[in-house]
Write a protein that binds this ligand. Structure first.
Ligand code: V47
Length: 380
Protein backbone atom coordinates (compact mmCIF):
# COMPACT_ATOMS: atom_id res chain seq x y z
CA UNK A 1 0.00 0.00 0.00
CA UNK A 2 1.36 3.43 -0.96
CA UNK A 3 0.99 5.96 1.85
CA UNK A 4 1.22 9.71 1.28
CA UNK A 5 4.46 11.15 2.68
CA UNK A 6 4.18 13.10 5.92
CA UNK A 7 4.27 16.75 4.83
CA UNK A 8 7.55 18.43 5.68
CA UNK A 9 7.80 21.88 7.23
CA UNK A 10 11.31 22.48 5.86
CA UNK A 11 10.30 24.77 3.00
CA UNK A 12 7.83 26.63 5.22
CA UNK A 13 10.50 27.08 7.87
CA UNK A 14 12.93 28.51 5.30
CA UNK A 15 10.33 30.93 4.03
CA UNK A 16 9.16 32.04 7.46
CA UNK A 17 12.72 32.60 8.63
CA UNK A 18 13.39 34.66 5.49
CA UNK A 19 10.17 36.67 5.98
CA UNK A 20 8.67 35.34 2.75
CA UNK A 21 4.99 34.76 2.07
CA UNK A 22 3.49 31.25 2.10
CA UNK A 23 1.56 30.22 -1.01
CA UNK A 24 -1.86 28.53 -1.05
CA UNK A 25 -0.51 24.96 -1.19
CA UNK A 26 1.90 25.59 1.69
CA UNK A 27 -0.87 27.21 3.70
CA UNK A 28 -3.28 24.32 3.16
CA UNK A 29 -0.65 21.75 4.11
CA UNK A 30 -0.31 23.29 7.58
CA UNK A 31 -3.75 22.01 8.58
CA UNK A 32 -2.62 18.38 8.17
CA UNK A 33 -2.65 16.82 11.64
CA UNK A 34 0.60 15.03 10.83
CA UNK A 35 2.36 18.41 10.69
CA UNK A 36 3.84 18.71 14.14
CA UNK A 37 1.78 21.19 16.12
CA UNK A 38 4.62 22.34 18.31
CA UNK A 39 6.95 22.94 15.41
CA UNK A 40 4.19 24.93 13.77
CA UNK A 41 3.71 26.88 17.01
CA UNK A 42 7.41 27.63 17.17
CA UNK A 43 7.31 29.15 13.67
CA UNK A 44 4.17 31.16 14.45
CA UNK A 45 5.83 32.37 17.63
CA UNK A 46 8.81 33.60 15.61
CA UNK A 47 6.51 35.79 13.52
CA UNK A 48 4.54 36.86 16.59
CA UNK A 49 7.67 37.99 18.41
CA UNK A 50 9.03 39.77 15.34
CA UNK A 51 5.83 41.74 15.10
CA UNK A 52 4.88 42.25 18.73
CA UNK A 53 7.86 41.29 20.86
CA UNK A 54 6.84 39.95 24.25
CA UNK A 55 3.69 42.06 24.55
CA UNK A 56 0.39 40.43 25.51
CA UNK A 57 -2.27 42.99 24.66
CA UNK A 58 -5.67 43.41 26.30
CA UNK A 59 -8.24 46.15 26.66
CA UNK A 60 -11.02 47.05 29.05
CA UNK A 61 -14.27 46.68 27.20
CA UNK A 62 -18.00 46.18 27.55
CA UNK A 63 -20.42 44.47 25.18
CA UNK A 64 -23.82 45.70 24.13
CA UNK A 65 -26.26 43.55 22.13
CA UNK A 66 -29.28 45.86 21.82
CA UNK A 67 -31.57 43.09 20.56
CA UNK A 68 -31.36 39.36 19.91
CA UNK A 69 -34.39 39.33 17.63
CA UNK A 70 -33.15 38.54 14.15
CA UNK A 71 -34.65 38.00 10.72
CA UNK A 72 -31.85 35.57 9.88
CA UNK A 73 -31.50 32.00 11.08
CA UNK A 74 -27.82 31.16 10.92
CA UNK A 75 -27.44 27.50 11.86
CA UNK A 76 -24.50 28.17 14.23
CA UNK A 77 -26.20 30.89 16.28
CA UNK A 78 -27.67 30.29 19.75
CA UNK A 79 -28.15 33.98 20.46
CA UNK A 80 -30.86 34.89 17.94
CA UNK A 81 -34.58 34.79 18.74
CA UNK A 82 -37.77 34.98 16.68
CA UNK A 83 -39.98 38.04 16.92
CA UNK A 84 -42.51 36.32 19.19
CA UNK A 85 -40.02 34.19 21.08
CA UNK A 86 -40.18 34.46 24.89
CA UNK A 87 -36.39 34.82 24.85
CA UNK A 88 -36.53 37.81 22.52
CA UNK A 89 -35.61 41.24 23.91
CA UNK A 90 -35.08 44.79 22.72
CA UNK A 91 -33.24 47.32 24.86
CA UNK A 92 -34.72 50.74 25.51
CA UNK A 93 -32.66 53.93 25.27
CA UNK A 94 -32.43 54.13 29.09
CA UNK A 95 -30.97 50.63 29.30
CA UNK A 96 -28.46 51.43 26.56
CA UNK A 97 -27.41 54.60 28.37
CA UNK A 98 -27.14 52.67 31.65
CA UNK A 99 -24.80 50.20 29.93
CA UNK A 100 -22.71 53.13 28.67
CA UNK A 101 -22.49 54.54 32.20
CA UNK A 102 -21.54 51.12 33.57
CA UNK A 103 -18.82 50.84 30.92
CA UNK A 104 -17.37 54.24 31.77
CA UNK A 105 -17.53 53.56 35.52
CA UNK A 106 -15.62 50.29 34.96
CA UNK A 107 -12.88 52.17 33.08
CA UNK A 108 -13.79 50.70 29.67
CA UNK A 109 -12.16 52.29 26.66
CA UNK A 110 -14.33 50.39 24.18
CA UNK A 111 -17.90 49.29 23.66
CA UNK A 112 -18.40 46.33 21.31
CA UNK A 113 -21.88 46.59 19.79
CA UNK A 114 -23.53 43.94 17.62
CA UNK A 115 -27.00 42.49 17.55
CA UNK A 116 -29.85 40.88 15.71
CA UNK A 117 -31.59 42.38 12.69
CA UNK A 118 -34.93 43.15 14.24
CA UNK A 119 -37.93 42.77 11.91
CA UNK A 120 -39.53 46.01 13.15
CA UNK A 121 -36.58 48.32 13.78
CA UNK A 122 -35.55 50.78 11.14
CA UNK A 123 -32.07 52.01 10.28
CA UNK A 124 -32.48 55.10 12.48
CA UNK A 125 -32.89 52.90 15.55
CA UNK A 126 -29.42 51.42 14.94
CA UNK A 127 -27.91 54.78 13.96
CA UNK A 128 -29.30 56.41 17.09
CA UNK A 129 -27.72 53.81 19.37
CA UNK A 130 -24.34 54.97 18.11
CA UNK A 131 -25.29 58.63 18.34
CA UNK A 132 -26.77 58.34 21.83
CA UNK A 133 -23.75 56.54 23.26
CA UNK A 134 -21.26 58.80 21.53
CA UNK A 135 -23.02 61.98 22.65
CA UNK A 136 -23.19 60.86 26.30
CA UNK A 137 -19.89 58.98 26.57
CA UNK A 138 -17.50 60.44 23.97
CA UNK A 139 -14.48 58.73 25.56
CA UNK A 140 -15.85 55.26 24.68
CA UNK A 141 -14.63 53.93 21.34
CA UNK A 142 -17.67 52.42 19.61
CA UNK A 143 -16.70 49.27 17.71
CA UNK A 144 -20.07 48.62 16.20
CA UNK A 145 -22.05 46.75 13.54
CA UNK A 146 -20.60 44.06 11.31
CA UNK A 147 -21.06 44.02 7.52
CA UNK A 148 -24.15 41.90 8.13
CA UNK A 149 -25.85 44.79 9.90
CA UNK A 150 -24.47 47.40 7.49
CA UNK A 151 -25.69 45.36 4.54
CA UNK A 152 -29.12 45.16 6.24
CA UNK A 153 -29.11 48.97 6.60
CA UNK A 154 -28.52 49.21 2.85
CA UNK A 155 -31.45 46.90 2.27
CA UNK A 156 -33.67 48.98 4.60
CA UNK A 157 -32.70 52.39 3.25
CA UNK A 158 -31.75 51.67 -0.39
CA UNK A 159 -28.87 54.09 0.23
CA UNK A 160 -25.26 53.60 -0.79
CA UNK A 161 -22.73 51.91 1.42
CA UNK A 162 -20.61 55.04 1.43
CA UNK A 163 -23.52 57.23 2.60
CA UNK A 164 -24.40 54.88 5.42
CA UNK A 165 -20.85 54.48 6.67
CA UNK A 166 -20.20 58.23 6.47
CA UNK A 167 -23.34 58.86 8.50
CA UNK A 168 -22.45 56.25 11.11
CA UNK A 169 -18.94 57.65 11.36
CA UNK A 170 -20.28 61.18 11.83
CA UNK A 171 -22.58 59.84 14.57
CA UNK A 172 -19.60 58.39 16.46
CA UNK A 173 -18.77 54.99 14.99
CA UNK A 174 -15.10 54.30 15.77
CA UNK A 175 -14.38 51.02 13.95
CA UNK A 176 -16.00 47.79 12.76
CA UNK A 177 -15.81 44.49 14.64
CA UNK A 178 -14.79 41.33 12.80
CA UNK A 179 -18.03 39.34 12.97
CA UNK A 180 -20.24 37.98 10.23
CA UNK A 181 -17.30 36.51 8.32
CA UNK A 182 -18.03 32.89 9.31
CA UNK A 183 -16.53 30.97 6.34
CA UNK A 184 -16.36 32.83 3.04
CA UNK A 185 -16.36 29.88 0.66
CA UNK A 186 -19.89 29.42 -0.78
CA UNK A 187 -19.75 25.63 -0.30
CA UNK A 188 -19.97 26.32 3.44
CA UNK A 189 -21.52 29.79 3.65
CA UNK A 190 -24.56 28.72 1.64
CA UNK A 191 -25.20 25.95 4.17
CA UNK A 192 -24.71 27.83 7.44
CA UNK A 193 -25.98 31.33 6.68
CA UNK A 194 -27.32 31.50 3.16
CA UNK A 195 -29.52 34.57 3.60
CA UNK A 196 -27.28 37.14 5.15
CA UNK A 197 -24.59 39.32 3.53
CA UNK A 198 -22.56 37.15 1.18
CA UNK A 199 -18.80 37.16 0.86
CA UNK A 200 -18.71 39.85 -1.81
CA UNK A 201 -20.89 42.11 0.36
CA UNK A 202 -18.83 41.40 3.50
CA UNK A 203 -15.66 42.50 1.70
CA UNK A 204 -17.35 45.51 0.08
CA UNK A 205 -18.23 46.88 3.53
CA UNK A 206 -14.69 46.50 4.87
CA UNK A 207 -13.17 47.94 1.69
CA UNK A 208 -15.41 51.01 1.92
CA UNK A 209 -14.79 51.38 5.67
CA UNK A 210 -11.04 51.32 5.07
CA UNK A 211 -11.40 53.85 2.26
CA UNK A 212 -13.18 56.16 4.73
CA UNK A 213 -10.37 55.78 7.26
CA UNK A 214 -12.18 53.36 9.58
CA UNK A 215 -10.15 50.40 10.85
CA UNK A 216 -11.75 46.99 11.23
CA UNK A 217 -11.20 43.42 12.42
CA UNK A 218 -11.83 40.07 10.75
CA UNK A 219 -12.89 36.69 12.13
CA UNK A 220 -13.25 33.07 11.00
CA UNK A 221 -15.69 30.63 12.57
CA UNK A 222 -13.99 27.22 12.57
CA UNK A 223 -14.67 23.72 13.80
CA UNK A 224 -18.08 23.00 12.22
CA UNK A 225 -18.67 21.76 8.65
CA UNK A 226 -15.71 23.44 6.97
CA UNK A 227 -12.41 21.79 6.02
CA UNK A 228 -8.77 22.79 5.50
CA UNK A 229 -9.42 24.00 1.97
CA UNK A 230 -12.20 26.34 3.13
CA UNK A 231 -10.13 27.72 6.01
CA UNK A 232 -7.19 28.37 3.70
CA UNK A 233 -9.43 30.07 1.16
CA UNK A 234 -10.83 32.26 3.97
CA UNK A 235 -7.39 33.40 5.13
CA UNK A 236 -6.17 34.09 1.60
CA UNK A 237 -9.17 36.25 0.78
CA UNK A 238 -8.46 38.35 3.88
CA UNK A 239 -4.77 38.59 3.05
CA UNK A 240 -5.66 39.91 -0.38
CA UNK A 241 -7.89 42.74 0.86
CA UNK A 242 -5.29 43.63 3.48
CA UNK A 243 -2.70 43.94 0.70
CA UNK A 244 -5.02 46.40 -1.03
CA UNK A 245 -6.11 48.56 1.93
CA UNK A 246 -4.05 47.77 5.04
CA UNK A 247 -7.18 48.58 7.06
CA UNK A 248 -7.52 45.40 9.13
CA UNK A 249 -6.06 45.48 12.62
CA UNK A 250 -6.67 42.07 14.13
CA UNK A 251 -7.67 38.61 13.03
CA UNK A 252 -9.76 36.57 15.49
CA UNK A 253 -10.28 32.85 14.90
CA UNK A 254 -13.58 31.90 16.59
CA UNK A 255 -14.02 28.33 17.83
CA UNK A 256 -17.52 27.02 17.15
CA UNK A 257 -19.67 26.38 20.25
CA UNK A 258 -22.45 23.94 19.27
CA UNK A 259 -24.76 24.03 22.32
CA UNK A 260 -28.29 25.35 21.68
CA UNK A 261 -27.64 25.71 17.94
CA UNK A 262 -28.97 23.83 14.94
CA UNK A 263 -25.51 22.23 14.70
CA UNK A 264 -25.65 20.88 18.24
CA UNK A 265 -24.80 17.36 16.99
CA UNK A 266 -21.24 18.54 16.23
CA UNK A 267 -18.40 18.31 18.73
CA UNK A 268 -16.69 21.57 19.56
CA UNK A 269 -13.13 21.98 18.29
CA UNK A 270 -10.37 20.65 20.55
CA UNK A 271 -7.67 22.76 22.17
CA UNK A 272 -5.11 21.40 19.69
CA UNK A 273 -7.32 22.42 16.76
CA UNK A 274 -7.58 25.90 18.25
CA UNK A 275 -3.81 26.16 18.71
CA UNK A 276 -3.23 24.96 15.15
CA UNK A 277 -5.74 27.52 13.86
CA UNK A 278 -3.98 30.26 15.79
CA UNK A 279 -0.58 29.24 14.40
CA UNK A 280 -1.71 28.81 10.78
CA UNK A 281 -3.50 32.17 10.91
CA UNK A 282 -0.34 33.89 12.19
CA UNK A 283 1.77 32.29 9.46
CA UNK A 284 -0.60 32.93 6.54
CA UNK A 285 -1.76 36.44 7.49
CA UNK A 286 1.69 37.97 7.24
CA UNK A 287 0.19 41.42 6.64
CA UNK A 288 -1.98 41.48 9.80
CA UNK A 289 -0.36 43.11 12.82
CA UNK A 290 -2.35 41.19 15.43
CA UNK A 291 -3.90 37.79 16.08
CA UNK A 292 -6.42 37.70 18.90
CA UNK A 293 -7.08 34.72 21.18
CA UNK A 294 -10.59 35.54 22.39
CA UNK A 295 -10.52 33.96 25.85
CA UNK A 296 -14.32 33.93 26.15
CA UNK A 297 -14.64 31.28 23.46
CA UNK A 298 -11.30 29.49 23.74
CA UNK A 299 -11.39 28.99 27.49
CA UNK A 300 -8.73 30.55 29.64
CA UNK A 301 -6.12 27.74 29.38
CA UNK A 302 -6.17 27.59 25.58
CA UNK A 303 -6.13 31.38 25.34
CA UNK A 304 -3.00 31.46 27.52
CA UNK A 305 -1.31 28.76 25.42
CA UNK A 306 -2.27 30.67 22.26
CA UNK A 307 0.12 33.43 23.33
CA UNK A 308 2.92 30.99 22.41
CA UNK A 309 1.22 29.82 19.17
CA UNK A 310 1.00 33.10 17.29
CA UNK A 311 -1.50 35.20 19.24
CA UNK A 312 -0.50 38.50 20.85
CA UNK A 313 -3.87 39.71 22.16
CA UNK A 314 -6.52 38.28 24.52
CA UNK A 315 -9.32 40.78 23.72
CA UNK A 316 -10.59 42.43 26.87
CA UNK A 317 -11.94 42.12 30.36
CA UNK A 318 -15.39 41.92 28.68
CA UNK A 319 -18.69 42.44 30.48
CA UNK A 320 -22.15 41.33 29.30
CA UNK A 321 -21.04 38.84 26.61
CA UNK A 322 -24.10 36.90 25.32
CA UNK A 323 -23.32 35.32 21.94
CA UNK A 324 -20.96 32.65 23.30
CA UNK A 325 -22.58 32.19 26.65
CA UNK A 326 -25.91 31.43 24.94
CA UNK A 327 -24.02 28.76 22.95
CA UNK A 328 -22.66 27.04 26.04
CA UNK A 329 -19.38 28.85 26.77
CA UNK A 330 -18.38 28.02 30.34
CA UNK A 331 -15.85 30.83 30.74
CA UNK A 332 -16.61 33.58 33.28
CA UNK A 333 -18.58 36.57 32.00
CA UNK A 334 -15.91 38.99 33.04
CA UNK A 335 -12.26 39.07 34.11
CA UNK A 336 -10.85 41.76 36.34
CA UNK A 337 -7.84 43.73 35.13
CA UNK A 338 -5.70 41.93 37.72
CA UNK A 339 -6.92 38.53 36.46
CA UNK A 340 -6.26 39.23 32.78
CA UNK A 341 -2.83 40.68 33.60
CA UNK A 342 -2.01 37.61 35.66
CA UNK A 343 -3.07 35.25 32.83
CA UNK A 344 -0.76 37.09 30.45
CA UNK A 345 2.16 37.10 32.92
CA UNK A 346 1.68 33.39 33.67
CA UNK A 347 2.03 32.77 29.93
CA UNK A 348 5.42 34.51 30.01
CA UNK A 349 4.25 37.72 28.31
CA UNK A 350 4.21 41.34 29.38
CA UNK A 351 0.63 42.67 29.79
CA UNK A 352 0.06 45.87 27.81
CA UNK A 353 -3.25 47.68 27.94
CA UNK A 354 -4.21 49.00 24.53
CA UNK A 355 -7.16 50.93 23.17
CA UNK A 356 -9.18 49.65 20.20
CA UNK A 357 -6.78 51.22 17.69
CA UNK A 358 -3.69 49.83 19.44
CA UNK A 359 -2.48 52.90 21.26
CA UNK A 360 -1.07 52.46 24.74
CA UNK A 361 -3.52 53.37 27.50
CA UNK A 362 -2.08 55.36 30.38
CA UNK A 363 -3.95 55.30 33.69
CA UNK A 364 -3.64 57.25 36.90
CA UNK A 365 -5.95 58.00 39.83
CA UNK A 366 -7.93 60.54 37.78
CA UNK A 367 -8.72 58.19 34.85
CA UNK A 368 -7.08 57.15 31.60
CA UNK A 369 -5.66 58.75 28.48
CA UNK A 370 -4.51 57.52 25.12
CA UNK A 371 -0.74 57.22 24.73
CA UNK A 372 1.51 56.49 21.76
CA UNK A 373 0.64 54.09 18.94
CA UNK A 374 2.05 50.68 19.88
CA UNK A 375 4.79 49.77 17.41
CA UNK A 376 4.45 46.58 15.41
CA UNK A 377 7.60 45.28 13.71
CA UNK A 378 7.54 44.24 10.07
CA UNK A 379 8.03 40.60 9.17
CA UNK A 380 10.72 41.12 6.59
O1 V47 B 1 -20.05 36.46 13.51
C1 V47 B 1 -21.93 33.12 16.64
C2 V47 B 1 -19.64 33.95 16.00
C3 V47 B 1 -19.33 36.18 15.82
C4 V47 B 1 -21.40 31.25 17.56
O2 V47 B 1 -13.85 42.30 16.34
C5 V47 B 1 -20.25 31.91 17.17
O3 V47 B 1 -12.73 42.36 18.20
C6 V47 B 1 -19.00 30.19 17.97
O4 V47 B 1 -17.21 38.64 15.71
N1 V47 B 1 -20.07 29.48 18.36
C7 V47 B 1 -19.51 37.47 16.60
N2 V47 B 1 -19.05 31.39 17.38
C8 V47 B 1 -18.33 37.71 17.55
C9 V47 B 1 -17.22 38.46 16.89
C10 V47 B 1 -16.10 39.01 17.71
C11 V47 B 1 -15.80 38.48 18.94
C12 V47 B 1 -14.73 39.03 19.67
C13 V47 B 1 -14.02 40.12 19.20
C14 V47 B 1 -14.35 40.65 17.95
C15 V47 B 1 -13.61 41.85 17.46
C16 V47 B 1 -15.38 40.10 17.20
O5 V47 B 1 -19.49 35.13 16.74
C17 V47 B 1 -20.30 35.83 14.73
C18 V47 B 1 -20.05 34.35 14.60
O6 V47 B 1 -18.97 34.10 13.76
N3 V47 B 1 -20.62 33.04 16.61
N4 V47 B 1 -22.45 32.01 17.24
C19 V47 B 1 -21.29 29.98 18.17
N5 V47 B 1 -22.36 29.26 18.52
Amino acid sequence: MIRAAVPSLDRVREKVEAGQRLDAAEAEMLWDERVDLHELGELANLVRERKNGNAGYYNINTHLNPTNVCVYRCTFCAFRADLRDARGYVMEAEQILARGQEAVDAGSTEMHIVGGLHHQKDYDWYLNIVRLLHDHYPSLHLKAWTPVEINWFQHLTKRSLRDILVELKDAGLGSLPGGGAEIFHPEVRDKICEHKADTREWFAVHRMAHELGLRSNATMLYGHIENAFHRTDHLLRLRQLQDETGGFQTFIPLAFHPENTRLSHLTKPSATMSLRTMAVSRLVLDNFDHIKAYWIMLGIGTAQASLAYGADDLDGTVRHELIYHDAGATTPEILSVEQIQRLIREAGREPVERDTLYHAVERDASGWKTGAKLATGSQA
